[in-house]
Design a protein around this ligand. Structure first.
Ligand code: ZN
Length: 74
């Protein structure tokens, strides 16, 4: 089962939860204040891993021809 990270919008506590994929976006209570105002966050680790894979492929942006295209988002 994947681990998802959530953040409480009331007390800004981040917490992890082990849930099935079908439950990933289901409401979850804050582990600190038990508020229902929580939001799932994107895992930084996964985002960084994806960035490395894209960079190692050696493809340049089709729009601006740079390796680190931040303006085009490709
Ligand atoms: Zn909270």
């Amino acid at each position: 089962m994947p681990i998802y990270e959530y953040i409480c919008l009331d007390c800004e506590t981040k917490f992890d939860a082990l849930r099935s994929m079908s439950e990933a976006d289901a409401p979850i209570l804050c582990s600190n204040c038990e508020s229902g105002h929580t939001s799932r966050t994107i895992s930084l680790f996964a985002a960084h891993s994806e960035g490395r894979v894209i960079a190692s492929a050696g493809d340049t942006c089709n729009t601006c021809r740079t390796y680190n295209c931040t303006s085009c988002g490709i």
